[in-house]
Design a protein around this ligand. Sequence first.
Ligand code: ASP
Ligand code: MG
Length: 594
Amino acid sequence: MSLIVQKFGGTSVADSQKILAAARKAIRAQQQGYHVVMVVSAMGKNTDLLIDLANQITDHPSAREMDMLLSTGEQVSVSLMAMAIQSLGHNAVSLTGAQIGIRTDSSHTKARIKSISTERVQRLLDAGNIVIAAGFQGIDEDFNITTLGRGGSDTTAVALAAVLKAELCEIYTDVDGVYTTDPRALPEARHLNRISYDEMLELASLGAGVMHNRSIEFAKKFGTRIHVRSSLSDADGTLIGSLPESPDHPVCGAAVLKDEARITILGVPDRPGSSLDIFSRLAARNISVDMIVQNVGEQGKADISFTVPKGELAATLEAVEAAAEALGAVDVMHDDQVAKVSVVGLGMARQTGVADKMFHALAAASVNIQMITTSEIKISVLVARDEAHAALKAVHKAFDLDKEPPRNSVATSSADAAAALNAEEVISHLRGVDMEELVINDISLDESQARVTIHGVPDAPGVAAKVFDEVAAAGIFVDMIIQSFNGIADEASLSFTVPKDKFDESLRVADKLTAEFDCQAVTSSPDIAKLSVSGVGLRSHTDVAIRSFRSLGEADINVEMINTSEVRLNVVVDGKRGTTALAQLQRAFADVLR
Ligand code: ASP
Ligand code: MG
């Protein structure tokens, strides 16, 4: 019999009427012939209330006791849900994470799922029950109660859907799906009927708060289809699944992260190991680093910039100042008045002009771009915080995201069927491996590109647009783009990679632009190697960049450029070191390469 998982978030079970409404939805699905597993969050703001209570007792509650406390929120709602179903004349059994057998590691308040046993749930379903699982919780090896982190019920739901091989995982919430951007920020945001796993992963990590990031990692890994929909209506929501890219619409969404801070370390000795030193110090403090921009140095010195959430600036500066001193860097600068604006879309990798279009839109809105990084499915720029809204609005419009979205049907595609078939294979493939373990599918080497860097580009609105107009006019397809802040007011460095056979042409364009803008210099390399590590969990497992830096450093290979996304890490090194770099990375990730 087909199985469906229905997850109800806190607002969807906030009072007894809502609990009864959710119960009716589950009963209806059962009457349509499904086995039904419900996953339920704590009622309303109960988790917040519990946290508040703990904080009234102590400023430093122990993580273990926090989990003991917070897990009670879900225990309240599952029992009430079971009573609701029973009162409507149907059979239901509620289960805690421990009773199901959701095994996690022991990192309290942010535990990762290792395994889930299906035997008891299956038995209860076969006996005609609706099974109601407490979201967000599990147990470690010693039977300590753990929780998965705020919003973790989504992850429970998708993980259960994966192991039970559900046909669909429905996420009932207070919004009717995923939008092209946050509709509270931009009223012209449009509802998306479909979105791919990779796009959703990027948008979720960019603060499109609809779903817990790790739940999408599960879905992608196991090919689980997700339907995010409103608990208040029967309207179709957004289907998250495999999706062929849309040639007419390379961009599916835009997002802004407002509370960012930029840190720049100037004059870092441009040699293997420097980045490793900096970023391992940050990892040791559990600081999640974003938007790393490392530009090719002049005279053996590089500038490294990155962003962190504004709230982590103080801790970051402490760590970075120590690193700068140890490395003999020239200076550390920071700016806490910045925001990151990104566009996401599967189709952009194979299209020219997506980045250029974004730069144009920003130029037309007189927004200055402070930093740029591009990856296969995402372009991010850093702008002043007070320009972030204008930037988002301009970009959203430039990609026609305010018009009727292209993906109009929630109908299943053949790609979904393929993904579902794949689930079986993935499960057997992953047997014996923790469910939320990092998975690397591919490590590849691209030796077809060259690099051009223009140093001392004016840091003013419209410059990036102009540069990439010229480049496009010369028929050159640009792959990676990195613009960094180089410490001098009103100046930036702009690097981009191009096909080798367009190298001379690209240099000519760069020289012309340098003369026109009175830039300092052009440096270049006719022969670079781009290495890409792709998989699932690249950012939730924060050590991926560090592992890469370490393995390349061991072979004395210098990283010239880097960018990271949820699904891929790209590094550029000297072309002569490409094969060695590939071998190093393969060795570094051998344990998680599947
Ligand atoms: N109740 C937990 C929270 O509020 C888990 C969840 O709602 O997903 O974070
Ligand atoms: Mg929630």
